[in-house]
Design a protein around this ligand. Structure first.
Ligand SMILES: Cc1cc2nc3c(=O)[nH]c(=O)nc-3n(C[C@H](O)[C@H](O)[C@H](O)COP(=O)(O)OP(=O)(O)OC[C@H]3O[C@@H](n4cnc5c(N)ncnc54)[C@H](O)[C@@H]3O)c2cc1C
Length: 395
């Protein structure tokens, strides 16, 4: 991925930051990633080191304790981790999904309590929406927060929560009015609170170094100072975060596809079959030509989306298109690249093997690709209802 052919509006300060992030990834992340994959999570110390280098919450203002960059700084961290195949550190969830809730909806005292620690890496954040029986259709969630005097009692469980084992802060979605399916409130839950329990670090097929957990809330007592914004405002808040979240997924997957192609070009140039490099076979040449064209199309769309987002002009439909198209493209690219590696592509010692399995989740999380299609279809055919509408999906 050459910076010179990018149309995103990176400036000199971004190029300098990219070099710094690249060094950090090579020195502090890649040498440990195999061990983290075996252990199921990254070292806690990594978060502090990343915070000290300004890699956490890169676009958070200095007044809130952040490094004061913009979304292009965030994109750089996402891209540099992606192109080295470092799927373990859950920085993107922490920086681009959790912190923005506090930045956008937190009171000054909530911001002061949590945000400087999130930028420094002292506090790891998680976002807990999904439940065993409620993912795409979040309004089916069962977790409740009921009033008990001047406190709230949070009861329920979440599943598939990224950073769940390491989290110090969980933003938890709960129903607060049993008569109203739409009444969801977001709570800031300190994971040291009595009644908070972490379940299993889930056994996934890929992304092994990232902790993904069940979380349980056994009547956790919370004050009003733990409510984010107004009670019942949760869905509006969740919607607010979806554009940058989906853009970030597209940014990451684009970089992953470009990395897979670079590894594969290297491999086919060196691997000999029938007395000549694989790269001389027409099938290899044509497949790589097609895949590079796919990646070039994705790059143009992603950089355009980044530029739009920088100007506050990226809408939900275009963000859904970016997430849909780039995650599907990544799936095609890693599968074809693995094929070109032959049996070695199936061995985890080759990065393409991990990239292939890690890529599979991208079509499911952040709103599944079927939900992305619903969002796009609603925008292009505003008058036409789906025969099977996602009745009250958040997505
Ligand atoms: C590794 C990993 C990390 C995750 N991290 C987090 C996290 O940090 N926080 C969090 O809250 N959640 C997280 N999730 C959960 C993730 O967001 C959900 O898995 C996702 O939203 C899908 O929900 P579901 O698994 O319940 O599938 P379901 O909603 O049950 O969907 C099953 C299938 O039906 C399809 N479908 C559903 N509705 C429709 C429709 N209306 N039209 C057509 N098809 C439809 C879906 O696309 C999917 O293919 C994570 C999941 C994984 C696996």
């Amino acid at each position: 991925m050459s910076d010179t052919v990018r149309s995103a509006a990176f400036r000199e300060e971004h190029h300098i930051f990219r070099e710094q992030v690249r060094r950090f990834v090579l020195q502090e992340v890649t040498p440990h990633h195999d061990r983290w994959e075996r252990e199921g999570q990254v070292d806690r110390e990594l978060w502090r080191k990343a915070g000290a280098q300004g890699l956490l919450c890169p676009n958070m203002g200095e007044a809130l304790g952040g490094p004061g960059g913009d979304f292009l700084h965030s994109a750089i961290v996402i891209e540099e981790m992606a192109r080295e195949g470092c799927s373990g550190p859950g920085f993107f969830i922490h920086s681009e999904m959790v912190a923005p809730y506090l930045v956008n909806f937190g009171t000054p005292s909530q911001q002061q309590r949590w945000l400087p620690g999130m930028a420094s890496g002292e506090v790891v954040g998680a976002i807990a929406m999904t439940e065993p029986a409620a993912g795409s259709d979040l309004r089916g969630m069962k977790t409740t927060a009921t009033r008990a005097g001047d406190r709230w009692l949070l009861r329920g469980q979440k599943v598939f929560i990224s950073n769940g084992q390491l989290a110090d802060l969980a933003v938890v979605a709960a129903k607060t009015d049993p008569r109203d399916r739409n009444s969801v409130t977001l709570f800031l839950v300190d994971t040291r609170s009595p009644g908070f329990r972490r379940g299993r670090n889930l056994d996934k097929i890929g992304v092994h170094a990232q902790d993904t957990s069940e979380l349980f809330f056994d009547d956790i007592e919370l004050g009003d100072d733990c409510v984010l914004g107004q009670p019942g405002d949760g869905f509006r808040q969740l919607m607010h975060g979806l554009v940058p979240e989906r853009l970030a997924i597209a940014v990451s997957c684009q970089a992953k596809a470009e990395a897979a192609l670079a590894w594969t070009v290297d491999y086919v140039s060196q691997r000999e079959v029938f007395g000549a490099p694989l790269s001389t076979l027409q099938n290899t040449r044509f497949r790589l030509a097609e895949l590079h064209t796919d990646a070039a199309v994705g790059r143009t769309f992603v950089d355009d989306a980044l530029n739009r987002h920088m100007h506050g002009e990226l809408d939900a439909t275009r963000a859904a298109m970016a997430k849909l198209w780039v995650t599907e493209m990544l799936g095609r690219v890693v599968d074809a690249c693995l094929q070109m590696h032959g049996g070695w592509g199936y061995m985890r010692e080759y990065p393409i093997a991990r990239a292939w399995v890690d890529a599979r989740i991208e079509r499911i999380l952040g709103g599944s690709n079927e939900i992305m299609k619903e969002i796009i279809a609603r925008a292009v055919m505003p008058g036409a209802q789906s025969a099977q509408p996602p009745k009250e999906s958040r997505r």
